[in-house]
Design a protein around this ligand. Structure first.
Ligand code: PGA
Length: 249
């Protein structure tokens, strides 16, 4: 039986005070339902404060991105070592906004995934199709390709440090959620891809999250599907009451 993960991607939201307030709000809702790992991903400048503020709460703090090099002349970038040094061991890689607005390609993402894993970090690897891919009936192929490219070079023994997050781009921040059936059929597809490329055991253990307009009102139905192991939440993770309701769903 797989555990559950509910992760909040705060994106470019919340200054230092708001970060503290939101963490206080989340802690006020504890204890959460058993068996759910709760992750929050504040922006870089607030990561260290978030690690301190969540200390002892069981809430895990993740980065939203990282660079693939060890160190050096990469203005504006953050390395795995810098993250680990402040107690961050989880990183989101491949979010559709990184792909769309910052030109992150499948090859680049594969190098980030490889670097994070080599550094002993856990990766939440995101992927998902655009509406045009779905309308053209190409969504399964595209997701297969994003997975093969992003996990290129990953060994089966490293899969325990990977969490997959299927996020159809047309559902992110739009208020339009994939139906529970659409989520389930894609998650099943993803799991069978893992089985084919690695093993049945790896596929059975793989955590696959759904992301895209998950709200308190639709979370239980989506999370109730057999291949959905939790969610990556954007907008609704910015309100303690909503995020707690999703965690407990
Ligand atoms: P959303 O974002 O919940 O606001 O749709 C999800 C995400 O981008 O991870």
């Amino acid at each position: 039986m797989r555990n559950r993960i509910v992760a909040g991607n705060w994106k470019m939201n919340n200054n230092a005070q708001q970060t503290q307030q939101l963490i206080d709000g989340l802690k006020a809702h504890q204890p959460y339902k058993e068996g759910v790992e709760v992750i929050i991903a504040p922006t870089y400048v607030n990561l260290q404060a978030a690690v301190v503020a969540t200390n002892g709460s069981g809430i895990v703090v993740s980065a939203q991105n990282m660079h693939q090099a060890d160190a050096g002349a990469y203005t504006g970038e953050i390395s795995a070592d810098m993250l680990k040094n402040i107690g961050i061991n989880t990183v989101i890689i491949g979010h559709s906004e990184r792909r769309a607005y910052f030109g992150e390609t499948d090859d680049l993402l594969a190098s980030k995934v490889a670097k994070a894993l080599a550094e002993g970090m856990r990766v939440i690897f995101c992927f998902g199709e655009e509406l045009s891919d779905r309308e053209a009936g190409n969504h399964f192929n595209l997701v297969t390709q994003q997975l093969s490219d992003g996990l290129n070079g990953v060994e089966e023994s490293q899969l325990t440090d990977i969490v997959l997050a299927y996020e159809p781009v047309w559902a992110i921040g739009t208020g339009v959620t994939a139906s529970p059936e659409q989520a389930q059929e894609m998650h099943e597809h993803i799991r069978s891809h893992i089985a084919e490329h690695f093993s049945d055991t790896a596929a059975a253990a793989m955590m696959i999250l759904y992301g895209g307009s998950v709200k308190p009102g639709n979370a239980a139905e989506i999370f109730g599907k057999p291949d959905v192991d939790g969610g990556l939440i954007g907008g609704a993770s910015l309100k303690a009451d909503d995020f707690a309701a999703i965690i407990n769903a």
